[in-house]
Design a protein around this ligand. Structure first.
Ligand code: UT7
Length: 335
């Protein structure tokens, strides 16, 4: 639980950005041995957005666009940010971080800037850390971006991974709120367990591949996944983290206005909905249009839900994600 402070934290603005390129299930039918019917039934995905690398599209461009929109929504100047955190595993370069380049591009320098890799949990980890830094009194305004452009790391000749992922970015600007100490993240969890890492990984070299790894046609450098293992982990973990968030805060489902969940597979979200008893209108779904955009997923959802007017000041919102690592995270907000 958050230790009370004489000030709160407010999400002053959100933004998001997706590429124009659409990869439909029909497109995939012509690329791999799959069908629209199988993909919709097993995942809920109908289409996803994909960057056009030849046209120079990538994570950096989407991230700049998303944070600029978030700053516009907050009616803030980039120079007011004192820190920028980018949750992503797909920054264009290992060095420097995309955060440093974005800070310079939008005019936020000399704000501190770093990338954070927690796979699909990158945005929720970053959001929690940013909120905690403002609570500490050391920072006043932090830009948080969640983005992944996994399309360059997907083997589009292999059917299990290629159907799932899309590219997207979302951003939020968090500010210290001296008027409303009750606002902000009231409970958060960031956790990980590396024991199942080989269920979802991106080996660069032969040495990275564990000796017991099942044979695969996925090329080195691309994302490899044991779908069934990830699925089992996710179904259990989603239920656990949502129940933990409710029990720890003493809030009931009726007290929450929105549950914002990582869009990994519609069946994973449905399972948590059924087991916990979450009503349809409180669980935002956009996986049909965007697929799983990894660290971009929750960030995109939060922006879309906010712009749709589904979150009002004073509302409680539960945000949850899980991802490679394995990682998982929750964030309960009083908006
Ligand atoms: O952010 C975290 C990232 N990852 C995830 O969240 C993934 C979690 N896992 C999943 O979403 C699901 O496991 C998948 C969607 C990846 C797969 O669905 P599934 O219901 O677990 O399918 P399965 O792996 O058990 O395979 C069932 C059948 C198999 O055929 P047989 O052995 O029954 O003949 C597969 O070969 O479906 C086959 N299959 C496909 N068929 C058509 C697997 N992929 C495809 C495909 N199209 N794309």
């Amino acid at each position: 639980m958050t230790v009370p402070t004489p000030f709160g934290v407010r999400i002053a603005g959100t933004g998001s950005s997706v590429p124009d390129g659409v990869l439909t299930n029909a497109d995939l039918e012509s690329m791999v041995d799959t069908s629209d019917e199988w993909i919709v039934k097993r995942t809920g995905i109908r289409e996803r957005r994909i960057c056009d690398r030849a046209a120079g599209e990538g994570a950096f461009g989407l991230e700049c666009d998303a944070i600029r929109k978030a700053l516009d929504a907050a009616e803030m100047d980039p120079g007011e940010l004192d820190l920028l955190i980018v949750g992503s595993l797909t920054s264009e370069m290992r060095c420097p971080s995309n955060a440093c380049r974005i800070s310079e591009a939008i005019g936020a320098a000399p704000a501190g800037a770093f990338d954070l890799n927690a796979a699909c949990c990158g945005y929720v980890y970053s959001l929690n850390i940013a909120e905690s830094l403002i609570r500490s009194g050391r920072h006043r305004a932090i830009g948080v971006i969640g983005c992944d452009v996994l399309s360059p790391y997907i083997d589009y000749e292999e059917r299990t991974v290629s159907i799932l992922f899309g590219d997207a970015a979302g951003a939020a600007v968090l500010v210290r709120d001296d008027e409303h100490p009750e606002r902000g993240c009231i409970y958060q969890k960031i956790e990980a367990n590396g024991s199942g890492w080989e269920s979802l990984y991106m080996p660069r070299r032969e040495e990275d591949i564990p000796p017991n790894a099942p044979p695969t046609e996925v090329r080195l450098g691309n994302l490899r996944m044991n779908g069934r293992e990830v699925y089992k982990f996710a179904v259990k973990k989603f239920q656990e983290v949502i129940e933990d968030a409710l029990e720890s805060t003493g809030l009931g489902v009726d007290d929450i206005s929105q549950f914002i969940c990582h869009q990994s597979n519609i069946r994973i979200i449905q399972s948590a909905k059924e087991k916990i008893g979450l009503p349809d209108e409180k669980v935002y779904i956009n996986i049909d249009k965007y697929g799983n955009s990894s660290a971009g997923s929750v960030a995109l959802c939060l922006d879309q839900v906010t712009r749709a007017g589904k979150i009002n000041p004073g509302d409680h919102v539960v945000i949850v994600a899980f991802g490679a690592g394995m990682t998982w995270a929750s964030s309960v907000w009083k908006m």
